[in-house]
Write a protein that binds this ligand. Structure first.
Ligand code: SAH
Length: 222
């Protein structure tokens, strides 16, 4: 599952991340093996999903750098941008990318509701990723504005999401983000089975979206 040529750099990432995590509380996974599986292997599940990773990739709510950093290591030809609204987290990810000499990563501190209206970023990305940030309906409103027409959006989710998927029907229709695949994978216990939700956006996003800061979460499209 993990390409062998990336393993030593990924191990280095895990070490540096755990050091930053002690200072900043970036992730609940504090032990080496737990973070290796729960952060790094989980982020890299996308490598086996069949999704094209060559274009411009955007990680919305990257936090301490997942899935952004493992992918930047394994996909040196891709250009990745990470966004988070917490400045301290973005600074930590900046330090990590410097220490690992990653040159294919850009980092932005800000809110998706604002950046999604910036012409430099609106409809500029082939692939939007998001792990552990919000419910599907909220996330689609935050992610769709960044996505090119025919681009893809991928969410990392648990297996128990029937209700969440049902609650996202209106958001999917309104934002023309169609669920094209649910890619299931399995991590060693206690993580177990998980899935990637894969959407394709088929038309430009209306100027109405994203709504103002906080609204996609407070009043999700339903
Ligand atoms: N993706 C990372 C972090 C998940 S925590 C991981 O899987 O480990 C969720 C992160 O999303 C937090 O760091 C939070 O600051 C960020 N976030 C939540 N809403 C956001 C928004 N509207 N714009 C930008 N970042 C947001």
């Amino acid at each position: 599952m993990i390409p062998s040529e990336c393993e030593s750099k990924l191990r280095q990432l895990n070490q540096i991340f755990l050091e930053e995590n002690q200072k900043l509380n970036l992730s609940a996974f504090r032990e080496e093996e737990q973070s290796w599986v729960g952060n790094i292997e989980d982020s890299l599940s996308i490598l086996d999903s069949g999704i094209e990773l060559n274009g411009k990739i955007f990680d919305l709510g990257t936090g301490g750098g997942f899935p952004l950093l493992p992918l930047a290591i394994c996909q040196p030809e891709s250009k990745l941008t990470g966004l988070d609204s917490t400045n301290k987290k973005i600074s930590a990810v900046e330090r990590i990318t410097k220490e690992l000499s990653l040159t294919n990563v850009d980092l932005i501190s800000g809110r998706a509701e604002e950046l999604g209206r910036d012409p430099e970023h609106r409809e500029q990305y082939d692939l939007i990723l998001s792990r552990a940030v919000a419910g599907t309906n909220t996330l689609l409103e935050l992610c769709a504005p960044f996505t090119k027409v025919k681009g893809k959006i991928v969410f990392w989710k648990s297996m128990k999401i029937d209700k969440e998927l049902e609650d996202s029907l209106m958001a999917r229709a309104e934002l023309t983000c169609h669920l094209t695949n649910q890619y299931e994978y399995e991590l060693p216990e206690p993580f177990g089975k998980r899935q990637l939700l894969i959407f394709e956006k088929t038309s430009p996003t209306s100027d109405k979206y994203p709504r103002k800061i906080g609204e996609p979460k407070k009043k999700p499209l339903t």
